[in-house]
Design a protein around this ligand. Sequence first.
Ligand SMILES: *Cc1c(COP(=O)(O)O)cnc(C)c1O
Length: 482
Amino acid sequence: MMEKENRAAAYLRHLPGVDELLHTPSIAAFLNEYPRAIVVEAARVVLEKQRATILSAGSIDLETLPESSLRSYFLQRLSQEVGQLVWRKNRPNLKKVINATGIILHTNLGRAPLSKAALEAVRMAGSGYCNLELDLNTGRRGSRGDLVEGLLTRLVPVEAALVVNNNAAAVLLALNTCARDKEVIVSRGQLVEIGGSFRMPEVMRQSGAILREVGATNRTYLDDYRAAITGQTALLLHVHTSNYKIVGFARETSLEELVSLGREYHLPVMSDYGSGCFVDLAFLGLNTEINVSGVVAAGVDVITFSGDKLLGGPQAGIILGKRDYLAKMKKNPLFRAIRSDKLTLAALEATLRLYSDLPEAWKEIPVLRMLQLKKEEIEEEAKKVIDALKPTLKDYARISLEPTYAQVGGGAMPATNIPSVAVVIQPFHISVREVAARLRNKEPAIIGRIQEDSLWLDLRTVQKEEIDLLIEALIEIQVDSL
Ligand SMILES: *Cc1c(COP(=O)(O)O)cnc(C)c1O
């Protein structure tokens, strides 16, 4: 038996070089598929790691191997590792995820999935040239806004429409255009933060408008607004408290009241509505939100909302309102910096077209489809998953079907729970965090919700065609653990 130092020296002696490793058949095959530099780099990393392991502890225990077979052993194992590393590093960073969180509009998971029509439009617009800014009737330069603005003013009774990159940009543009160096009055109860980077006071500062807070966190009256109006006032702003709800001893001024005050003082009223919704959700028992038409009917002058929240389209900021205000926004140089690209406009146009036939919209737009799913339909899918898992996972985890509540998310309807059904997995031998981590590393990745010692997979947000992938991945985590 070799002494420890001798053993390490022998290991090092038989460790192949980069070139030798690159000549193994499996790596040679990889070189046809991936750039040489990437494979060489991976070989270096793997060899360096192996060398360090040998030197640090001699902890690889190869005592049973005769010295004569060390080299072929290394070549075989390390070429495998190189292959894995190359494969892993060249996977796209943006991967498909199965959303089993039950949160329909999950900002971390990309918010709204697109409809088939929107996807088809994106493919068309991206795979060749398109008439983004060309009027095909006259042959003259056109405006990209024409692609969607007319559709918007047909769907909602407003004078004008404008589309930018996202709602944050829409708010910035509107404030900068209407209230730069002037005061904007907002209730203290509506100084929202949406996901860290969008905070109303900061957006206001960036826009050059001066924030004039009124009222208290829980109660603001119309007279608070009235008392704050001066010659410096440019705008009354209403912000939808998308991701929280003040309950109890609370009062907000209604949009109608604000509009009447605005009229009295000849001041425009704007609503940052957050999650724009074109349908009536009342019949689903989700009666806490008015839709875009409701906001318009209240008489506001400018309304802004996101394209990828309840609307179910691509990331976009949509501005609707009075012609004069929107025309000024269009002339603002800031508008050029935040304009939408052809892929967004393609997806948005296709999404908006679906809304011209509401039953079609309910059928085709994934967000609306998920919202209206009946609990019984979800239960059926959950039973299918459980029937498939129970026999294979019975020694591995307790699997059950549990009632749960899904959420709209995306800063829409914070206090609304939608009855749903979850497949709940309580592993016997490993931690629930380990199970969650393994599922995250699947392709597609699966994201659930950890609750105490169980993983909850809410099926309201899992598409029908993803169920088989989910079952397959869950069966595999058992094998992973062996
Ligand atoms: C979501 C939201 C925003 C930010 O919209 P983005 O499209 O993410 O930029 C701004 N204001 C409110 C009230 C929101 O709900």
